[in-house]
Design a protein around this ligand. Structure first.
Ligand code: HDL
Ligand code: ZN
Length: 429
């Protein structure tokens, strides 16, 4: 066995395996396959800076557990006042030990900013930043090469920017998000009608063909890498709902012709506490026979699947073993905590090898990718190391080439291949 661990084909010792996993995770540039970040040409809908970081809806939910302020009173405050009360409550009067509060600390520390005291210096720092330079610095600190956006063709703030024409940006990839059509058609059908699409509230007449025409127009305009929707824990398929008709007759046919995946993020209990607004959603266990039937009924479609309930994760791995057109991804939202990421990633590696996508950041504020990806690397290093140590113990030498190849597949190639036609797939090497 060579003593030089940098000879990439040399079998590694246990300590060399641990070192190689940490090093290869650190140098690998990940694709962040689901975020709520926006390319700069989409303007002020893109959130960044310390006040946005502190008023993240995860932290708003935590505020109301540690401060008597009512949501009504809180939401009447200015952005600065909101950030001040959250900072004072969760970072000064209490220790920032939750995942979301520690994340803000990690971002401040990454920029050499004070992690205690007041926000004066931090506010001055972010105010001084040039956004384009800041984005590149943030992506470098996060170790990501690109972020996949969430773009809503019926968002009144975003849609006009696309229709006017926006500058593409090499670090951001578009996604066509369908929640307002698939989940809130009753509140949005009139917008399509006003745009000249012959659609009806009850889906009758030429509605399906016209929704398909609407979406085809946005695919041409936006060039999305996939389409996406979040779905309630009660999502049912098959059934005779308008949502399922839209999926069958408009969305999935377009995806199939374009060889574009459809991302289903299932398990939201929407607005269990409406007073908390964005922070008001909960989680529920979904019936995965919906996923099973979709994979069977649409064998030529590709499905990114992420589930919000911890209780659904093992069965998702079982279904991924049955359907190659199913790509499990991420530890979504309430699951993106080290204790659960560890459990989910270990069972996925055990059942799927390197054929899944371990994580996405779901970042809503630019700088969150710094801590969300640092946490992923920190949590995954021992998990991947132990995976290789067990393999070595069972008789197969492990090399740095193996480790580099597998990390590339997990965090880049599985995504890049899945959004491409099979003819364009790159084999892991
Ligand atoms: O629907 C989604 O894409 C979810 O990720 C929601 O945006 C959710 O509010 C969120 O930010 N989760 O992290
Ligand atoms: Zn999201």
């Amino acid at each position: 066995m060579s003593d030089n661990p940098l000879i990439v084909s040399a079998p590694l010792s246990p300590d060399q395996i641990r070192t190689a996993v940490a090093e290869e995770l650190n140098v690998a540039q990940f694709v962040d396959i689901h975020t709520h970040l926006y390319k700069p040409s989409l303007g002020s809908i893109g959130l960044w800076g310390i006040d946005e970081l502190i008023t993240y809806h995860y932290l708003e939910a935590e505020l109301f557990r540690s401060n008597p302020i009512t949501p009504g009173k809180y939401f009447s405050l200015t952005k600065t006042e909101k950030a001040d009360i959250i900072w004072q409550t969760l970072f000064v009067a209490n220790t920032p030990i939750s995942e979301a509060t520690r994340g803000v600390i990690a971002v401040l520390h990454a920029f050499g900013l004070p992690t205690s005291g007041d926000l004066t210096e931090s506010r001055a720092f972010f105010a001084s930043r040039n956004l384009d330079d800041h984005i590149r610095d943030v992506f470098r600190l996060a170790g990501i090469s690109e972020a996949v956006m969430t773009n809503d063709p019926l968002d009144p703030d975003e849609a006009p920017l696309w229709e006017k024409g926006t500058e593409p940006h090499s670090l951001f990839r578009p996604v066509l998000r369908l929640d307002r059509i698939l989940n809130k058609w009753d509140q949005h059908w009139h917008i399509l009608q006003a745009k000249g699409f012959d659609v009806q509230a009850d889906g009758s007449g030429r509605t399906m063909a016209e929704v398909r025409r609407f979406l085809e127009g946005w695919v041409d305009l936006m060039k999305p890498v996939y389409m996406a929707v979040s779905l309630p824990d009660t999502f049912a398929y098959p059934d005779n709902s308008l949502r399922v008709r839209f999926l069958r007759e408009a969305v999935l046919p377009i995806c199939r012709v374009a060889d574009m995946p459809m991302s289903l993020m299932i398990g939201v209990r929407y607005q269990v506490n409406p007073e908390l607004r964005l922070a008001g959603d909960g989680a529920g266990k979904a019936d995965l026979r919906t996923v099973e039937r979709l994979c069977v009924d649409f064998p030529d479609n590709k499905f990114f699947i992420s589930l919000l309930s911890r209780e659904n994760q093992h069965e998702l791995c079982v279904y991924a073993r049955k359907f190659a057109n199913l790509m499990p991804f991420g530890c979504w939202w309430f699951l993106n905590n080290p204790s659960i990421v560890e459990e989910m990633t270990r069972e996925r590696l055990e059942m799927l090898g390197a054929s899944f996508i371990p994580q996405h950041s779901d970042a809503r504020v630019l700088e969150q990718v710094i801590y969300k990806w640092r946490n992923t690397r920190r949590t995954l290093t021992p998990i991947l190391s132990n995976t290789y140590l067990t393999l070595r113990e069972d008789g197969r030498p492990v090399t740095r080439t193996d480790i580099k190849r597998d990390i590339n597949r997990l965090f880049r190639l599985n995504f890049e291949n899945f959004i491409q036609p099979a003819s364009a797939h790159v084999c892991p090497h």
